[in-house]
Design a binder for this molecule. Structure first.
Ligand SMILES: Cc1cc2nc3c(=O)[nH]c(=O)nc-3n(C[C@H](O)[C@H](O)[C@H](O)COP(=O)(O)OP(=O)(O)OC[C@H]3O[C@@H](n4cnc5c(N)ncnc54)[C@H](O)[C@@H]3O)c2cc1C
Length: 341
């Protein structure tokens, strides 16, 4: 099976967490996503979700801290709020300033995106899905009782259509002007002198929301040699066709500089490699899900705004329900695409 390395779902690791600072409305979806990830593991015999714990860092009033605490309180999620000195004591790799606090959640961890997608595809094929690779959808049109999809290898009539084209979604919206913006993002792998303090048993996935500048996040070492980190948002606006896929050492070093104070072990780390990826953002950075205004048989899920991967299986469940029944049991009202006009 050939997987796309050109979109938004490649690059070794994705964070999964429950204390969702973006909005408490995501928590029920996350709890279901955890169940479905574990179900996928059982059915595929693969270990996918590795719990490492997760730590949001920032000032008490920062969105990452205040939002995480709000989600924990509303949904009664296990968590601890740590002072800067507690963080330093419990996680020696971190050296936060005195005005920084942290929300530590026990259930956060890492997903491997490539392996997770392959396992989803294999299971879908095993229960009858026909998978096609290397075929581009050019257009679709409602034709009486069916939807006609035009691809570069022919035409096909369908009862229902689900569009999940990531950064390419705008090309397939047939005149529906959803306000989506594509952002270029760079993931950087840094090799510190010693990875001992970045071991997954001692080092949680984290996101640091600084008082100024861009939020930055990272992972424990997964290969025993390097640590992956990246900025969250703030990338240049682009399109899939014009995306600058090359990167240079200077831009990779920006991420290292962002982390130099918080993680002194990365200060002189070698840049091992980097990868370019795309976020597809809505104006409020919340997902956009729902029926196409021209035809209820066409359902769209897009605008995952840099935080969608952890939800993959529950989004799949939602899209299947919307396609088959026109409604879903999941609470997606705040994420309806119709809010965007
Ligand atoms: C650097 C980076 C870090 C991230 N970190 C996290 C994280 O830690 N946790 C998290 O939860 N999320 C994270 N995300 C977000 C998450 O990865 C994305 O929200 C998610 O992967 C988006 O998946 P998608 O299916 O919408 O897009 P994609 O994975 O890009 O899939 C779109 C697919 O549509 C296909 N396609 C497009 N147009 C057509 C067409 N015309 N015909 C046929 N096929 C077409 C493409 O080939 C592609 O396979 C991150 C994203 C990036 C870029």
């Amino acid at each position: 099976m050939a997987l796309s390395r050109n979109g938004s779902s490649h690059g070794e690791s994705r964070i999964i967490r429950q204390a969702y600072f973006e909005d408490p409305c995501y928590v029920p979806l996350l709890l279901r996503a955890y169940e479905l990830w574990r179900d996928l593991e059982r059915k595929s015999g693969s270990r996918l979700l590795r719990v490492t714990r997760g730590m949001m860092l920032g000032r008490e009033a920062s969105p990452a801290i205040a939002g995480s605490v709000a989600s924990c309180r509303q949904w009664n999620l296990p968590h601890r709020v740590l002072t800067a000195s507690e963080v330093r004591r419990e996680f020696p790799a971190f050296s936060p300033g005195p005005d920084v606090v942290a929300v530590l959640e026990p259930m956060a961890g890492v997903l491997p995106p490539e392996e997770a997608i392959l396992n989803h595809l294999r299971l879908a094929a095993a229960i009858g899905a026909e998978l096609r690779f290397g075929s581009r959808v050019i257009a679709w049109e409602a034709r009486g009782a069916s939807i006609e999809v035009v691809t570069d290898s022919g035409r096909q009539r369908l009862d229902r259509l689900v569009i999940t084209a990531g950064a390419w979604t705008s090309e397939l919206l047939a005149g529906w002007p959803l306000p989506l913006e594509v952002e270029r993002q760079l993931m950087v792998w840094l090799a510190p002198r010693s990875t001992a303090e970045f071991d997954p048993r001692r080092f949680p996935v984290f996101l640091y929301d600084p008082p100024e500048g861009q939020a930055v996040y990272g992972f424990p070492t997964l290969d025993g040699r390097s640590v992956k980190a990246a900025r969250h948002h703030g990338g240049e606006l682009t399109t899939p066709a014009s995306l600058r896929r090359q990167w240079d050492a200077a831009e990779a070093q920006v991420v290292r500089q962002d982390l130099a104070e918080l993680l002194p072990g990365l200060r002189d780390a070698e840049v091992v490699t980097a990868k370019v990826c795309m976020y597809t953002d809505t104006p409020d950075l919340h997902f956009a899900i729902g029926a196409h205004p021209a035809d209820e048989r066409v359902q769209v899920a897009c605008g995952f705004s840099g935080h969608g991967f952890k939800f993959s299986p529950v989004i799949g469940e939602i899209m299947a329900e919307l396609a088959l029944d026109g409604r879903t049991r999941h609470p997606i009202a705040p994420l309806r695409a119709s809010r965007l006009g």
